[in-house]
Design a protein around this ligand. Structure first.
Ligand code: GTP
Ligand code: MG
Length: 318
């Protein structure tokens, strides 16, 4: 049964059937062992169809305007003939519970478009887990044919760093006069950013946003002095729909000089994560309890026990 399910979803994704894409992502996100098996088969099938989209991370503190920006910039890209997918990671939504509904309403025009797909991600037990599942969801979107995949993540520090292993380009949204000044933002995030956008550059914020843009630009130049890509700081407003042409040009320029070694690193990171996951599953099912007394009494040497158990796990698989 699972064989035909995999084939059906795979064929459906190739034919751009959105229900199949959503079903595929649900399988990838599922914690059910049977679903996990089907999901791995599906991922193996779709890998040859992936690699053609621009993978972009969007981050910034809560309320900086990420979803609203994606709604407006997303529609701008669609008008240029692109197809875009948005995957939203929210490690905090388990507590608040409201963000999924919020994202759907904040991206109402995009949600209704045939050329867009929006998917809030589930909350895994760890950020690492979220990153692995998001990567697989991203690959499914690529196989479907979206040429831009955006990953929206709330600015809590650790999530950006794990998302930066998934994407080609990392965009940071900042808001002047809101505590987003440099000392408030972790340096690590600025260091991995390829484009910084001073957002909500409208109304009362307009004047200070140009000053902020200038300050951020200077700081970035110091922080990223060694980097080959010159990160720009641009201004944008979703309210006035301004700044999008410059952002589009910057993105195009970035991908012209894009170093494909980044994709190799991402693949390596992912394969390692899958290996760790596999080892962890094997470890959980391993019975070591009966040896514990002997270990504590010194009858079994700890190092030898670890070595032998490791060999047993790895050899059992061959
Ligand atoms: N003036 C102005 N307000 C904006 C702009 N973009 C977003 N907002 C407002 O800022 C608030 C937060 O916007 P969101 O798009 O939900 O922000 P977010 O970063 O996605 O928030 P989280 O997902 O909760 O982290 C909303 O009330 C928006 O209407 C903008 O360009 N200008
Ligand atoms: Mg949001």
């Amino acid at each position: 049964m699972s064989k035909s399910l995999v084939t059906d979803i795979f064929e459906g994704i190739k034919k751009q059937d959105r229900t199949c894409l959503a079903q595929g992502i649900s399988l990838v996100e599922s914690k059910n062992p049977e679903h996990k098996k089907v999901a791995s088969e599906l991922i193996s099938l779709i890998i040859p169809l992936t690699g053609k989209s621009k993978r972009i991370g969007i981050s910034g503190t809560p309320g900086v305007g990420k979803s609203t920006f994606l709604e407006n910039y997303g529609m701008y890209l669609i008008r240029k003939g692109h197809k875009i997918a948005v995957l939203a990671i929210d490690p905090t939504s388990q507590k608040t519970g409201g963000s999924i509904l919020g994202d759907k309403t904040r991206m109402s025009e995009l949600s209704a478009s045939d050329n867009a797909f929006i998917r809030p991600s589930p909350n895994g037990p760890t950020l690492g887990g979220i990153a692995a599942k998001t990567r697989e969801a991203m690959l499914l979107c690529e196989a479907y044919g979206f040429d831009y995949v955006f990953i929206e993540t709330v600015g809590v520090g650790q999530s950006e760093i794990s998302v930066s292993h998934l994407v080609d380009m990392f965009i940071l949204l900042m808001q002047p006069g809101s505590g987003d000044e440099l000392q408030g933002i972790k340096r690590g995030i600025l260091e991995v950013s390829h484009l910084v956008i001073v957002n909500k550059s409208d109304g009362d914020f307009e004047k200070i946003s140009e000053m902020a843009r200038h300050d951020y630009q200077r700081s970035i130049e110091i922080l990223q002095a060694q980097s080959e890509w010159k990160t720009q700081v641009l201004r944008a407003s979703s309210l006035n729909k301004t700044g999008f042409d410059e952002i589009y040009k910057c993105t195009e320029d970035y991908f012209l000089t894009f170093d494909s070694a980044i994709r190799d690193e991402q693949l390596s990171f992912w394969v390692r994560e899958l290996l760790i996951e596999k080892f962890q599953t094997d470890l959980t099912s391993l019975n070591i309890e009966q040896s514990l007394t002997d270990i504590s009494k010194g009858k079994i040497n700890l190092i030898s026990f670890i070595e032998e158990t490791y060999k047993k796990i790895t050899h059992d698989k061959n």
